[in-house]
Write a protein that binds this ligand. Structure first.
Ligand code: NAD
Length: 272
């Protein structure tokens, strides 16, 4: 299996490199790519109710024969299911589709407007009832995190946000570090947009690596959990071959300097 894990503030260990399945079609595309990922050594899968492929992820897990406790499965409650009772039900629905008894990590997918406090209280209940190993959030700005922590008991273990060399999210990273909340990067390759970026490719050539591998390595060396997505078998494997080289401080700085605060996805304040 793939090296490296982070320890969440509740003591749960999470593989630092995972496999994302956004936009992977339910059915054979999901089953085949998740099986390929598990074969390649990934033990952490990132899905969401809204991706519509939890059944496929579940089927791949069962067909892989890998014991459930060796896997780390994340899913997320979608915007329309926010609120206390709806979220409790959404969790059961995700479990049923995945064919599993528990999730390792359940996230609020987007903050939205005002319901995320009640949604979080449902996640707290699932956690205190030992139904889920860890609970966290996604797409939370600092102001969302502050408001959440001012009005609830448990603090999120992780915040999954858009993060890549063009959007390095320094403010949220610093805030999360101070509060012992891990940061997880979605769109770590800029959703594919950064594959031809010249500085990254120059660094990649020096190491005999690819741009994707250099970007994944940049996340790992920054203590960020990273979940690149691919449905191409060779790239699924390529994206795991990131533990046999190291970026120098100078190379890390060169990649840091690409930050433009540029999003490929939606600003959480505008996804209401
Ligand atoms: P990504 O940055 O992982 O980019 C994926 C794309 O990059 C692929 O479709 C492919 O075009 C390209 N690619 C991947 N590996 C490559 C390689 N080795 N060489 C060349 N090209 C390669 O983008 P993503 O899928 O949006 O993000 C990763 C995961 O994050 C998702 O699958 C999902 O699980 C999660 N996510 C979460 C949210 C959220 O709101 N929480 C939003 C988007 C994505």
């Amino acid at each position: 299996t793939i090296q490296g894990s982070v320890t969440l503030h509740n003591g749960v260990k999470m593989p630092q490199l995972g496999f994302g399945v956004f936009k992977v079609k339910n059915g054979s595309e999901t089953v085949e790519s998740v099986k390929k990922a598990l074969e390649a050594g990934y033990r952490h899968i990132d899905t969401a109710a809204i991706y519509g492929n939890e059944e496929g992820v579940g089927q791949a897990i069962r067909e892989s024969g890998i014991p459930r406790e060796e896997l780390f499965i994340t899913s997320k409650v979608w915007n329309t299911e926010q609120g206390f009772e709806k979220t409790l039900q959404a969790y059961e629905d995700s479990l049923k589709r995945l064919g599993t008894e528990y999730l390792d990590l359940y996230l609020i997918h987007w903050p939205g407007t005002d319901k995320y406090i009640d949604t979080w209280k449902a996640l707290e209940k699932l956690y205190t009832d030992s139904r889920v190993r860890a609970i966290g959030v996604s797409n939370f700005h600092v102001h969302h995190l502050e408001n959440l922590m001012n009005h609830t008991e448990l603090k999120p273990v992780i915040n999954q946000i858009e993060l890549h060399p063009r959007l390095s999210q320094l403010e949220i990273r610093e805030y999360c570090k101070k509060h012992d909340i891990k940061v997880e990067a979605w769109g770590p390759l800029g959703q594919g947009n950064l594959i031809n970026e010249p500085t990254i490719n120059h660094i990649a050539d020096k190491h005999g690596k690819t741009a994707a591998q250099v970007m994944i390595r940049w996340h790992l060396q920054n203590d960020i959990v990273v979940i690149p997505k691919s449905v191409t078998p060779s790239r699924i494997v390529e994206n795991t071959q990131v533990f046999d080289f190291e970026l120098s401080l100078d190379e890390m700085n060169q990649i840091d300097s690409l930050n433009l605060g540029e999003r490929y996805g939606t600003n959480p304040d505008e996804n209401l």
